[in-house]
Design a protein around this ligand. Structure first.
Ligand SMILES: [Zn+2]
Length: 233
């Protein structure tokens, strides 16, 4: 049996670190076989390689597979297929502060889970789902901060933005900007609108900014304020 060229470390995209990083090969399985067609079996060998790799930076573990097609008759060349990596490489890393978000829930959906699913939908190109996911995440923020209205009924999304502004949770400017995210999500939910990746990336940045300012920043300020020396009278 032929062996894949054995390397101890390889470069793989790491979603946690946000770029190409060296990975250690923890396990590797190699399988060589001849093509079923007799005419090809004489000259070609297909080597399938499966690997479990771990990032040397953050220790995140991934599954990687690729194939090498070798010309065996003359030993002239080897073609290597593009490796597939699971979880799928993400060009947009999840914010490092995600786990610090509150445990807000709506019909069994947790804010953090909704965000993770939304980023995953973006990476596989399910753009209309990403668009709805962003709107749902904002809905959970509204539920957390202002709840249902006095009659117990749920507000429309625009009403929620208005109420968030009135309660001083968001600024005037944020209300105006977040309206873009709501309109995009509404169009995806009702008209199956598929926004571009660029448009979704903008909406995602907007939501990340809002979440960070509403939930994370006040806690950070509170944590560091006691470090400032007081001016002696
Ligand atoms: Zn990493």
């Amino acid at each position: 049996m032929r062996q894949a060229q054995k390397k101890e470390s390889i470069q793989v995209h790491c979603n946690q670190c946000g770029g190409l990083r060296w990975h250690r090969i923890l396990q590797e399985h190699v399988q060589a076989k001849q093509p079923a067609e007799a005419i090809l079996a004489d000259v070609l060998t297909v080597v399938n390689i499966w690997q479990i790799v771990s990032c040397k930076g953050c220790e995140d573990v991934k599954f990687r597979r690729y194939s090498q097609i070798e010309e065996t008759h003359f030993g002239l060349n080897t073609t290597t297929t593009m490796p597939e990596v699971y979880p799928i490489p993400s060009s947009r890393a999840l914010p490092g502060w995600l786990s610090q978000l509150p445990m807000v829930m709506l019909e069994g959906n947790r804010l953090i889970s909704v965000l993770k699913d939304t980023y995953a939908a973006m990476e596989i190109g399910a753009y209309w789902m990403t668009s709805i996911g962003l709107r749902t995440a904002l809905d959970l923020v509204a539920l957390d901060k202002i709840g249902l209205d006095k009659t117990g009924a749920n507000r429309t999304f625009e009403e929620k933005l208005k109420a968030l502004r009135r309660a001083n949770v968001i600024t005037y400017e944020e209300r105006r900007l977040l309206s873009f995210l709501i309109q995009q999500g509404n169009a995806s939910a009702h008209e199956a609108y598929q926004p571009s990746r660029d448009a979704l990336s903008t909406a995602m940045t907007l939501l990340e900014n809002t979440l960070y300012r509403v939930y994370i920043l006040p806690r950070e300020i509170q944590k560091h304020t006691p470090d400032i020396p007081r001016r002696l009278a």
